[in-house]
Unconditional design. Structure first.
Length: 130
């Protein structure tokens, strides 16, 4: 299990007001899942996970999974070049879960501009960076 960082609980209240921790982890199992389905993603984007959870551009409520958030972020390098658009799927640890559970990254997926636009237009946005 890798500790990633902390979320701002206020940003996730529309998804659940029963979140039990602000800590975010990436489990060995989910790391393997990401590596198997999206090779090279961790190598390219894992170093941005802290930035994504601390400063997402958008947070959407997952339509199919309860207590799950979709964080959207456009990654920009030091020279203002866009490196890519990322979806980070985050399962929130809530009341009635094991008390030791943490918010957990389920998946990380790079997306193009059109898919990013589709998520923003069709998803239930609970937070938008101003």
């Amino acid at each position: 299990m890798n500790y990633i960082g902390k979320i701002d609980l206020k940003l996730f209240l529309e998804i659940s007001d029963k979140i039990i921790t602000d800590e975010v982890i990436l489990t060995v199992k989910q790391r393997k899942h990401i590596e198997e389905r999206h090779s090279k993603i961790l190598e390219k984007y894992e170093k941005y996970f802290v930035q994504i959870i601390k400063d997402p551009d958008f947070i959407l409520k997952d339509k199919t999974r309860e207590n799950t958030a979709i964080l959207l972020k456009t990654i920009i390098d030091k020279n203002s070049n866009i490196l890519g658009n990322i979806i980070l799927v985050l399962r929130l640890a809530v009341e009635n879960d094991n008390i030791n559970n943490k918010n957990s990254i389920i998946s990380c997926i790079p997306i193009g501009r059109n898919r990013l636009k589709s998520y923003k237009n069709n998803g239930k946005i609970v937070y938008k960076k101003e």
